[in-house]
Each structure stands twice: as structure tokens, then as C-alpha cells.
Design a binder for this molecule. Structure first.
Ligand SMILES: Nc1ncnc2c1ncn2[C@@H]1O[C@H](COP(=O)(O)OP(=O)(O)OP(=O)(O)O)[C@@H](O)[C@H]1O
Ligand SMILES: [Mg+2]
Length: 502
């Protein structure tokens, strides 16, 4: 009878991809109505596990038991009919459709032969209102920010009234305000007795939201614990198999030499922005989603036009015509939206790593120095601890976090003097975050200058020498290290902000 308390059980579940063992003999009971965290490093097998539960992929071995009955031949359609819904790491929204149409995508409401848009708008608006989210569901998805896309993605799953909902890093692109919205959604789902499986690299959320935590390492289940019996330190050491420090590397020495300067920069999303970046410095940009930080970064990287003001690079006027041109001038950007802008899924780890700095790998101007390509690629694999069976693996086959490490490697290998990191640790596990912080400090020590956009307050405060806060496309504050505090940053981030800006 014990089985009846479990919504899903798996017995001896394994998954192989050619020689890669992504999941190894997992046995686990998921209790009805619980919020269960699934924790583990990048590449531990978390996403693979949920793909088995939704039937998106077929297990190589083992059994899945739903409501006490073994199920075989599970596929996405049948799992959905059983009341299982999943929100994956990759977005599945259709950009040019409205939020409401996306919510009802695949099960559109009709009146006779025609779409009943009015009813879809009404129902979707009701759903958002029931979750206390203030947004116009007629807006097209391409016109809303990445954080709201994530919220829409979650509500699209919620709209099906699932009994069991699986969330794969749902908060990765949310800032504080949207995270609060998300927490509210989870609370409401819990009230409806929905079972939730939750994956997140933000470990505080595990403690805030979850009843139990299951920990995976290298495809194996390490242990399952009640969250109340765990400390953060224990959780981390269970995940990574060793202790790691939570400290930030010490701040760097900087010179007075100004490397990059923006003067009254202006475009559609950025207004009157002026700041200076010194050699060897790491400056942080804080603010809420939609504050214009990514747009500023894109303007400096030549991805968006500049309509007023100027940028100086080493005191000379710098007018980036395109990202390629920016890279040639020594300005690199690691984009926020890496899935669509950063990584070439159909190429290998090696091809991705050298992609933006090919000239560096040419001998006599035309012969590819493959030895150098290999050694550089291997160096970044080691430095970033990228989990891949070989450098010839297709990036498509890496886990989400490891794909991001490949994007980092691609930009780092260009050896740009100015590096803009837009949310550098999003989706990156706790151990690899530390590697990225040390790497950034090492780059700064070598004389590179870094702009870091981050919505993670502790990392913004821990890593930056100065912080600029933005709101509504403008800089609202410049803070020196001794003034840093979450409260002050949030206060400045809220200045002049319009209500309901999505
Ligand atoms: N289609 C595939 N072909 C080959 N290997 C794969 C494939 N899909 C996943 N893998 C491998 O399986 C392992 C587990 O990947 P998975 O995506 O489940 O990790 P994860 O725990 O979700 O990591 P992250 O936190 O980075 O999202 C990884 O080593 C990955 O490279
Ligand atoms: Mg994953």
C-alpha cells in the first residue's frame, strides 16, 4: 500500500548515449504533494532524468511506476494525459504569438472552425490574475523580457492543471522581483496539492521551497534527505563530493588607465549613459530586469545601434559596426541569452571554442594549427571543468551548464581586452561558479578589463570594485566598494521605474 503515497517511482533507471552513461541505476520514490529538489553539478544527469519521466526520451533500462502502476512506452503525449507537465531548460515559446496563444498552444480554444481569441485572452488573463501576475496577455512573446518569458513558460505548464510538474531551472533567468512571483506560483501549486520536482543551481531556493532534496552525481543517486536535516554546506559537499569555499577571490589591483569610456550614450533602450572602465578592473552593473543593462552591453558590442553620445577605447573614438568588428577591436561579450546567441549546437566543443578567434589558429595565414587548437580547447575544458567525453563531442549533447561553459571558452579564447559578462554564472553549478570567479580575477590580474552584469546580488557585491546601478535605461547610481549593500542597490534599481514594465 506504501506505493499509493507515491505519485511516481522509478526502479533501476539507466540511460546510455552511445558510450556516455548519463543515468546509472536510479531508484527513487516521489511522494504525492511534495516539493522535491533535484540537485547536482552540471552534467550530473538531472535533465536526463526528467526526460525519462516525461517520456521525451526512452530509458535504456529500468521501470517507471505512476500511481502504483508500471508504465511502459511513455511518450510526451501520454505523460501529459497522465497529468505530468514539464518546463525545460530551453524555451519552447513561439515568439510572434501572444502570451495567451502560447499558453493555449496545441490545445487552442475554438468557436466552430475558428480560433476563439477573445476566450483565450480572457482565460489566460484569469490565470495570470489568479497567480497575482500583472501583465497584458495580448503582448507578443518576442516583446517581453527573458524573465517574463520564463514566467509564461511556467504558467503554460500550470494552465494544464498538472498533478505533477517538473521545473528544470525555472529561476535561472529571474531577478529578485520575478523570483518572488515564482515563489508565489509554487505556493499556490502546493495549496492545490500539486507534486513538484524542482531543479535549480540557486541552492537557497532549495531551502526556501523544498521538502526533500535528492542529489545526483555523475548519473548516480547519492542520497535523498529532508531539507530540514540539511545545511547548505552539507548539501554542497554531497553535490560536489568535496568542500568548496563560499568566498569571493580578493579584489584586484587596478591602474588609473581608462580603457573604455562611454559618454552620454544613447539609443532606443539606453539613455545618457556615462561611465569609465579602468585597466584590470571588474565593474558590476546591477538593476532589475528591463533596466537596460543587456542593451547597453549590446551597444558596446556593436550588436545594437548607438544613436547618440560616444564610446572611447583607449581614448580613441570607437564606433563598433558589428560584433565581428567589436571582437577585432578587442571587445567581447558573453551574452545573456546563450541558447540563441552564444552557442553553435551543431558544432563540436573544439569548433565552438576556436570559432571566434580563427585567425589566431592560422599558420602562415592559411594553415590551421590544429595542435594549437587542441591544446587551447583542452586548456579551457580543464579551466572551466567542462564535462564532455571529448573535445569532438557535439555541443548539442552537452548538459545545459556545460554548453554555457563552451560559450565562455569561445569568447575567452579571443583574448579580448575588454570583456563583458552578461549573467556569467546563470545555470552554472556551485563549484563551477567558483572556477569562473577565479578565472575572472585572473583575467583582471593579467590586465583585462571586465564589465559584469549580474542579477545575483552576492556575486555582484563580491566580485565588483565599483557598481553602477541602472533603471529605465539610465545609470541611477555609482557605488564604491565600501558603500555596497543589497538594500542600496535595490533602492537605486527601483528609481524611476514604471509599474508593470515587462
Ligand atoms: N544526446 C546526448 N548524447 C550524448 N550525451 C548526452 C546527451 N544528452 C546528455 N548527455 C550527457 O549526459 C550527461 C547528463 O546530462 P544532463 O543534461 O542530464 O545534465 P544536467 O544534470 O541536467 O546538467 P546541467 O546542470 O548542466 O543542466 C552529460 O554528461 C551529458 O553530456
Ligand atoms: Mg540540465
Amino acid at each position: 500500500m506504501q506505493e499509493q503515497d507515491n505519485i511516481i517511482s522509478v526502479r533501476g533507471l539507466s540511460k546510455y548515449y552511445a558510450k556516455v552513461c548519463a543515468l546509472n541505476d536510479i531508484t527513487l520514490d516521489i511522494r504525492r504533494g511534495e516539493v522535491l529538489a533535484l540537485c547536482g553539478e552540471n552534467g550530473a544527469g538531472k535533465s536526463t532524468f526528467i526526460k525519462m519521466l516525461t517520456g521525451a526520451e526512452i530509458p535504456s533500462q529500468g521501470e517507471i511506476i505512476y500511481n502504483g502502476n508500471p508504465v511502459s512506452g511513455l511518450n510526451p503525449q501520454s505523460s501529459m494525459e497522465m497529468g505530468i507537465a514539464a518546463v525545460y531548460q530551453e524555451f519552447s515559446l513561439i515568439p510572434y504569438l501572444s502570451i495567451a496563444e502560447n499558453i493555449f498552444y496545441g490545445r487552442e480554444l475554438k468557436k466552430g472552425m475558428f480560433l476563439n481569441l477573445g476566450e483565450m485572452y480572457r482565460k489566460a488573463q484569469e490565470l495570470f490574475a489568479s497567480m497575482e501576475i500583472d501583465i497584458d496577455v495580448r503582448k507578443r512573446v518576442c516583446d517581453i523580457g527573458v524573465a517574463y518569458k520564463q514566467i509564461v513558460e511556467i504558467l503554460k505548464a500550470v494552465a494544464r492543471n498538472p498533478k505533477f510538474i517538473i521545473l528544470d531551472e525555472p529561476t535561472a533567468s529571474l531577478t529578485l522581483k520575478e523570483t518572488a512571483i515564482f515563489f508565489n506560483v509554487i505556493r499556490k501549486l502546493r495549496e492545490r496539492n500539486t507534486t513538484i520536482l524542482f531543479i535549480s543551481h540557486r541552492l537557497e531556493e532549495v531551502f526556501e521551497l523544498c521538502d526533500r532534496a535528492v542529489i545526483f552525481m555523475d548519473g548516480r543517486l547519492v542520497t535523498v534527505k529532508d531539507v530540514k536535516d540539511l545545511t547548505m554546506k552539507q548539501l554542497i559537499s554531497l553535490m560536489v563530493g568535496r568542500e568548496i569555499s563560499n568566498d569571493y577571490p580578493s579584489p584586484q589591483k587596478t591602474s588609473d588607465e581608462v580603457v573604455l569610456e562611454c559618454r552620454n550614450l544613447e539609443n532606443a533602450s539606453v539613455h545618457d549613459v556615462s561611465f569609465k572602465l579602468h585597466k584590470g578592473e571588474i565593474i558590476g552593473f546591477g538593476g532589475l530586469v528591463g533596466a537596460g543593462r543587456t542593451e547597453l552591453a549590446r551597444a558596446i558590442f556593436g550588436a545594437d545601434p548607438v544613436t547618440g553620445g560616444e564610446i572611447l577605447l583607449h581614448g580613441k573614438r570607437y564606433v563598433p559596426k558589428s560584433p565581428r568588428h567589436a571582437l577585432d577591436c578587442g571587445v567581447g561579450l558573453i551574452p545573456e541569452d546563450r541558447k540563441t546567441q552564444g552557442v553553435l549546437l551543431g558544432l563540436t566543443v573544439r569548433e565552438n571554442t576556436v570559432f571566434s578567434s580563427l585567425p589566431k589558429y592560422l599558420r602562415l595565414g592559411f594553415v590551421i594549427d590544429s595542435k594549437k587548437e587542441h591544446s587551447e580547447t583542452q586548456r579551457y575544458i580543464n579551466e572551466l571543468r567542462t564535462k564532455t567525453p571529448s573535445m569532438e563531442q557535439l555541443v548539442r549533447n552537452l548538459s545545459g551548464g556545460n554548453q554555457q561553459k563552451v560559450v565562455l571558452a569561445r569568447i575567452l579564447s579571443t583574448e579580448c581586452e575588454v570583456l563583458i559578462f552578461d549573467e556569467p554564472t546563470r545555470g552554472i553549478d556551485v563549484a563551477a561558479k567558483q572556477e569562473i570567479y577565479s578565472l575572472m580575477c585572473r583575467l583582471a590580474d593579467e590586465g583585462k578589463s571586465i564589465i559584469m552584469i549580474s542579477s545575483e546580488m552576492p556575486e555582484l557585491i563580491g566580485m565588483s570594485q565599483r557598481i553602477y546601478v541602472m533603471s529605465g535605461g539610465r545609470i541611477t547610481a555609482e557605488l564604491q566598494r565600501e558603500e555596497f549593500s543589497q538594500e542600496l542597490i535595490l533602492e537605486k534599481a527601483a528609481l524611476g521605474r514604471k509599474k508593470g514594465a515587462a
